[in-house]
Structures are given as structure tokens and as C-alpha cells.
Design a protein around this ligand. Structure first.
Ligand code: ZN
Length: 256
């Protein structure tokens, strides 16, 4: 059996991460992968990093994971920058080294021999941190996607893009139930490629404040995206206690 949980954009939100991992266990997942941005924004960077490390799963690098190790001055808004500087002060050398060694993209092979790709932003220029928002953005990814399925994050918004060999399109149908009930599942068709954004564990931005993650069951050919309630108030209090910008606490309850 191969049932892989796909988590992304944890962003140092320990309360969201532990709620999601509890759900992953309840959903009887056998494997786990992490699509990066383990740190940044929220108040538990070291705790989340250690948690993910202990899970001993494939992890790819996100832009916050890179920025905390190699500061670049240009790429972040002032709030993200402030959180980033604070995050850096919370991480010791071994933790920074672990982040620095993460790969940008990986092929993951399940126990039953099915392979899929993982990347934080997109496969065409994984180090450029492009935001894949619409089908036109996604059309640049597919020529570099050699697997049936690729999972990504970065925009903090669940989305499914499909490719028929010539055109990319957004698959709204598959996500419609997610917005109604917080749960969706679909069976990928064999003759299409899928580029699937599983949303964010620690800072969702699609107006649903619940943590988001994905499951790929390769035996059943099933992709699931679901939302998980967590203790948002506790995550907000921790942000306040750490002296991080207030907006970072506000946005959690709004899901923006
Ligand atoms: Zn992120």
C-alpha cells in the first residue's frame, strides 16, 4: 500500500503542523513528503524544523528556507523580511545547514513503484520561485514535468492544473467540493499530466483559515485535498509573544 501525505508551506506554525500530522495518521497514510517553506512568518521555526526532520521524509527547499540561510535583500516585503530576520535569530548552525542542503526538486518513488515529482514552486525554474497562479503560468511547468503527477506549493492556495500534451488548463471541477466542505478527491486520468498545489499547512491564503494538505494514494489512483481545523488562537498568541508583526497573527484567522 502506498498512501502518501503531501504537506507544504508549514511556515513555523507548530499548532497547524501537529494538527495536520494527527490527521495524516488518522487517514492511514504510509508515507509523507514536504514541499518546503518549513520556516518563516510564524513563531516556531526550530520546533517545526525538528518535527519535519524527525519525520525523516523527502523534503524540497522553499524560498523562505533559502532566504533564511542566504539573505538576499530584494525579494521580500517588509513584514516577511522582519519575520525572516527573527527566524534567522532562532535557528542554530546545524538547523541552518540542514535547510541549506535541501534539494530544489525531487522524484519520489512509492513502495509500489509509482513515481511522482515534488517542487516548491515550479519545475521550469525551481530557483526562480515563480508563482503559478493561472493556466498560462502552469504551461511553462509541464514541458519539464516527466511524471504523471507533480505536487507543488508556494502560493498557499490549493489548485489543480492539467496538461493534455499541448495546453494547460485549471481544473476547477475537482476543487469545487473542497471549497464547500473542506474535502475533495479525484482520480487523475491516465492521458493527462497533473500539477497539483496542495495549499498551505501554516498560512492558508484562499480565505479558508484551516490548514490544507494533500494525499496521493497510488494504489487507488486517488488524490485527496483536505482542510484541518487547528488552534489558530494559540498560534496567534505565540506570534504576539515572539514580537512578530501583528499582521501575521491577523491573517491566520482570515486565511489570507
Ligand atoms: Zn510559502
Amino acid at each position: 500500500m502506498a498512501r502518501t501525505a503531501i504537506i507544504s508551506d508549514i511556515h513555523a506554525n507548530y499548532h497547524a503542523l501537529s494538527a495536520v500530522i494527527e490527521d495524516v495518521r488518522a487517514m492511514q497514510c504510509t508515507d509523507l513528503v514536504c514541499l518546503g517553506d518549513v520556516v518563516g512568518y510564524n513563531a516556531y521555526p526550530a520546533e517545526c524544523l525538528d518535527y519535519v526532520r524527525e519525520l525523516n521524509c523527502p523534503v524540497v527547499k522553499g524560498n523562505h528556507d533559502e532566504e533564511v540561510v542566504t539573505p538576499s535583500n530584494a525579494r521580500m516585503n517588509p513584514i516577511a523580511r522582519k519575520a525572516m530576520d527573527w527566524t534567522r535569530s532562532q535557528l542554530d548552525e546545524p538547523r541552518l545547514r540542514w535547510l541549506s542542503r535541501l534539494q530544489y526538486q525531487r522524484i519520489v518513488r512509492t513502495d509500489t513503484g509509482v513515481s511522482f515529482s515534488i517542487v516548491h514552486s515550479s519545475l521550469d525554474h525551481p530557483k526562480a520561485w515563480n508563482y503559478i497562479i493561472n493556466a498560462s503560468d502552469a504551461s511553462n511547468n509541464f514541458p519539464r514535468q516527466f511524471s504523471h503527477l507533480c505536487f507543488h506549493g508556494h502560493t498557499h492556495t490549493p489548485k489543480v492544473f492539467v496538461w493534455d500534451g499541448q495546453h494547460a488548463a485549471e481544473d476547477d471541477e475537482s476543487l469545487h467540493p473542497l471549497y464547500l466542505s473542506g474535502f475533495t478527491e479525484f482520480q487523475p486520468l491516465p492521458d493527462l499530466k497533473y500539477f497539483i498545489n496542495v495549499g498551505s499547512v501554516g498560512q492558508p491564503r484562499d480565505s479558508d483559515p484551516r490548514a490544507s494538505y494533500g494525499i496521493y494514494d497510488s494504489d487507488l489512483n486517488l488524490v485527496i485535498i483536505k482542510r484541518v481545523e487547528y488552534d489558530i488562537a494559540a498560534a496567534q498568541e505565540a506570534i504576539e509573544r515572539a514580537g512578530l508583526p501583528e499582521y501575521l497573527a491577523e491573517r491566520l484567522e482570515k486565511g489570507i
